[in-house]
Design a binder for this molecule. Sequence first.
Ligand SMILES: C[S@@+](CC[C@H](N)C(=O)[O-])C[C@H]1O[C@@H](n2cnc3c(N)ncnc32)[C@H](O)[C@@H]1O
Length: 239
Amino acid sequence: MPWLYLGPLASAVRSVGPTIAGSLANKEYELVSASSFRFLNLVAAPVKALARSSPRLNAALWDVQYKLGLWDYLDDGTAAGRELAEVIEQYAPQASILDLGCGTSANLPLGPGTYRRYHGVDISAKAIKRARMLKRPHATYETADILTYAPQETYDAILLREVIYYLPPAQVSGFLARLSGFLAPGGVIVIQVWAGERSPGLIAAIEGSALPVVLEKTLELDPGHPTVYLLGGQPPVAV
Ligand SMILES: C[S@@+](CC[C@H](N)C(=O)[O-])C[C@H]1O[C@@H](n2cnc3c(N)ncnc32)[C@H](O)[C@@H]1O
């Protein structure tokens, strides 16, 4: 998933996996897909850098991708989203939730009565339009660049689902540390990254935030087995 503007190609490579039977074949798939993704990442890097240089260009490119349906596959199933929702329910029961880079949010089936409020933010107006059409109860939405976004209130759970790859790597640690200032007491930042082990830079950036890791978990129901990291807030400074 983290290969910007090559979504369909990446998803095509990804979709090969579950069709191959047997553990040896699966290992072969892992090797092939790992090298394919390294190649895709190399090709996508300059495009990513260009898009990051301008929020307006970034927004326009994401809008085009949503218009072309390049990310429709994300909304195919909700099993993995349900698994994530259970983690949120466990660590932030009855939460007020801020979902940054929410996309259409269709793949996050929060159970009725399990959360207090949901606010979705995305740079793509097209994605937000689709998210609004879901008519999720107790939900509001906003189009904004999450890098500079300043929440108007604190939240029990701040979600970054499959989105931190698209932020400038050098800014991720500081971004996470800043976000922790918008956590309610006991709140958590929930980061979901696909194939975390292939993105050591991201893991280092998460660690660089110096926020305590409350939980590290693999989502078993997603064929890509993304990793979920729950980060707590900054410990109070002793005086
Ligand atoms: C791969 S999609 C993931 C969508 C959703 N979180 C999910 O897991 O299905 C990445 C999302 O991040 C959004 N995004 C990327 N950069 C962003 C930024 N700087 N500010 C806000 N949203 C951003 C994109 O518009 C897109 O909806």
